[in-house]
Design a protein around this ligand. Sequence first.
Ligand SMILES: O=C(O)[C@H](O)COP(=O)(O)O
Length: 253
Amino acid sequence: MAQDTMTLVIIRHGESEWNKLNLFTGWTDVDLTEQGHKEATEGGRALKEAGFDFDVCYTSLLKRAIHTLNHVLDEMDRNWLPVYKTWRLNERHYGALQGLNKAKAAEEHGEAQVKIWRRSFDVQPPALQPNDERDPHIQDQFRDVPQEDLPYTECLKDTIARAWPYFEQTIKPQMEAGKRVLIAAHGNSLRALVMQFEHLTPEQILEVNIPTGIPCAYTFDKDWNVLDKHYIGDPATIEAKINAVANQGKAKK
Ligand SMILES: O=C(O)[C@H](O)COP(=O)(O)O
């Protein structure tokens, strides 16, 4: 289908059990909280009310994103849409930080260090040791992923290196063929895509935080320039949620 513009909607999963506890999560496969289920449902409702429709959906191998997508599709009565799941849209791997409390880490290591771990472009968090129970190389969930592709830790640059080729090779051609795409993923795997879509510098991406459960619609021209980007929801709620994410790495006063 020839067309002048392409639409893509991205949505970060709703609040997870570990978001609620303020723990570094990464590839830990925690579910949504009750609040998270509600956010995802509301995200789906908002998309329907705004008149969105989709042809194909992509998500990660982690249940907080999969369940978010399911809620959205339920609300939109689009459960029959094709859904592709890939480890390449998983959250950034948080290495040995997975399971630690972000505010406690800020008390111990300083807020500046935690901000580097959370938001820097190319500084990796401390790596997992091989065969740690959190090691993806020994988890069933990732048994179809080539062992050498699986990380022990990742910075945003590493996440881009595995998520962007998937976007370019798999999702882009669908959009260029006129398909309306929905991606349900994670704070940092979506930051990886956003950095590429908007050609942000490492300094600019440092300040980008993605709220839970709020759909964000991009319109691109045929040369992949961003013509429009907007969150779908109440602006005050969205701003409060973005600030809440940014503040997770602050020490408790
Ligand atoms: O993996 C996590 O802890 C969250 O999903 C994203 O965390 P961040 O906002 O601290 O990067």
